[in-house]
Unconditional design. Structure first.
Length: 191
């Protein structure tokens, strides 16, 4: 298995002191990898619809789907994934809740998929369009609130694992090389 493929699938509550991310030596949490992959998939879908709209102007009616796949899909999912990876490492403490982050992945992506379905159905006047858009929007909003809460609690002073001893320290500067001075024997007090 390639190094970058190593993701964490468990949710231990005990955070090893030497590893503030709590990933037990794995490179990324499952939800971080999943957010990054989802972001890339949404980008591919967004630009495909963008090109389709450019080529076939009548499909311009689907632009809200394009906008949200690009901004809520690509941009926001990328930010969720990168933030969940780097913020605990910047702070040297564990994420407030990795279980909530996993649930958030499903809410954010399921919600956006429903929103896109609603935006695509709407121009045809399908009755399901508004319920899909409303449910998807509410789910995607819950995902965003979960992210806000999780990161806020991670940033808060007194957050789990926030003891100063767990803060990463910069490597100490190497001691200056000894200058050519008198031989050791010259330091001995012969008196
Ligand atoms: C190959 C890539 C892309 C193509 C061909 C494309 C194409 C289009 C087209 C044809 C429209 C409709 C313009 C109109 O009818 O007024 C549009 C709108 C839009 N696109 Fe893209 N797009 C691409 C990538 C992106 C990306 C990566 C983003 C954001 C990250 C983005 C954000 C938007 C937004 C926000 C609008 C709505 C603008 C408005 O409010 O009028 N697009 N795009
Ligand atoms: C839960 C999350 C969200 C929901 C439910 C939502 C819903 C909506 C809805 C219903 C519209 C009106 C579309 C129309 O009828 O034409 C809209 C427009 C828009 N949204 Fe969102 N949105 C969400 C998140 C976002 C985010 C995170 C961004 C950007 C980062 C964004 C960017 C936009 C833009 C640029 C438009 C205007 C498109 C245009 O008409 O030019 N939305 N959104």
């Amino acid at each position: 298995m390639a190094r970058g493929d190593r993701v964490h699938r468990g949710y231990p509550h005990a955070i090893p002191h030497s590893n503030p991310s709590g990933t037990d030596g794995d490179i990324m949490d499952w939800f971080v990898m999943a957010f990054l992959k989802a972001s890339l998939a949404w980008l591919a879908l967004a630009v495909s619809l963008g090109v389709a709209m450019a080529v076939h102007p009548a499909w311009g009616v689907y632009y809200p789907a394009h906008v949200h796949m690009a901004l809520l899909g690509f941009v926001t999912m990328m930010i969720y994934g990168v933030a969940y990876h780097v913020i605990p490492r910047f702070l040297g403490r564990s994420l407030h809740s990795r279980r909530l982050a996993t649930w958030q992945w499903w809410a954010s992506n399921g919600g956006l998929a429903l929103m896109v379905a609603g935006f695509v159905m709407r121009p045809s006047g399908l009755a399901l369009a508004t319920p899909a858009l409303a449910a998807g929007g509410a789910l995607a909003a819950c995902g965003a609130y979960a992210f806000v809460y999780n990161v806020w609690r991670t940033l808060a002073p007194g957050a789990r694992g926030a003891a100063p001893a767990r803060r990463p320290t910069l490597p100490m500067a190497a001691p200056p090389a000894p200058e050519a001075g008198p031989p050791d024997s010259a330091m001995i007090d012969h008196a």
